[in-house]
Design a protein. Sequence first.
Length: 448
Amino acid sequence: MEQASLFEKSRNEPLASRMRPRKLSEVVGQTHLIGENKLLRRMIESDNISSMIFWGPPGVGKTTLARIIANETKSEFITFSAVTSGIKEIKKVMEDAEKNKRLGIRTIVFVDEIHRFNKAQQDAFLPFVEKGSIILIGATTENPSFEINNALLSRCRVFVLKELSSEDILILLKRAITSEKGFGKEKIDIKEEDLKTIATFSNGDARSALTTLDMIITNAEEEKDGTLKVTEDILEDCLTKKTLLYDKNGEEHYNIISALHKSMRNSDPDAAVYWLARMLEAGEDPIYIARRITRFAAEDIGLADTNALNVAINVYHACHFIGMPECNVHLSEAVIYMSLAPKSNSCDVAYQLASADAKKMLAEPVPLVIRNAPTKLMKNLHYGEGYQYAHDTDAKLTTMDCLPESLLGKTYYHPGVLGNEVRFKQRLEQIKEWKKSHKEKIEGKRKV
């Protein structure tokens, strides 16, 4: 079981660390996991836990829950940082865990930012998870389906932690003001509206909110009676430039990402780089920007320049590899490329048109000719009957219709007039002309 440090309650310890909940009853939020009769709560209370992954944004309690599990299930608790630990360190801890198991002591290994471990490092845990030598608890801000090896992921239960609400954060801030672990021994004069402001600008991140409160009270004006008074000026000074001008979940966030998107669409690389810099210098997550660029590559460039999506995906991976500040140049390369690339929204328009029909006609049957017929019964029902295999023809084309009968003749894809789509448009016209002429020949033969 994790032992408390002698210095754990030191006033010099960060407020967020001092206020970290020690038991389930102190946790705020995540009621979908640890509320009454919820799965994770039942697992903890029955001391019947298994390896798991906590997936959620920063500051929502992933580490806190892992520590509580160790405390309330009477386990040895070992923390790993994926940033600083390698295979050598993993093997040493696994050896200790094996010894603990022989002594009847269960070991919980908590791996923060487990998505940063490479495949070999993740694989080093696998045999010990399989044998039950350790209970692995990983924490990640990234989708585990993409960032964690399938073999390891299949042996872990994934719990999704949600961003805390402003109301949740406000509860934590008030607790920090009154608790002896926080500022309970001091006289604090701070308006509830100020606490709400801190909660709102924390973007659901409890650690960020408590760190901001700590800074504000540390810089508060001390009055004659010893009261620490928080003024509007102090509040504004301590709420960083990033928070005041670029609330990641607020209106300005969406205004600036919109400005970047529209600058690239308008083929203005100078404006695009400026709005990119505004976001990065304000502390925006480069991965978020890379994702938006990936969307742009398909939505606004599409088939006009099929390399745009390759550039976007490569830049996304580069941001993962090296992070800020080094990945700023990769993002700059991407937004300039997107700005200068020929534009086409034909793929997006095609989907929107098809989507409108799909929503109205969800029950439209798949034409029998293109249905799969793996069984005799299906063949007897004429599934796949008359199917034409395009590769058997010289032109690699057939006259077969693939749309439902009620949608025959519908056109969703309308090629643009720039870049590759000039060639695609010509090809599409040739295909349609071939199909039309060959259908006419077939019809002519039938009439004869």
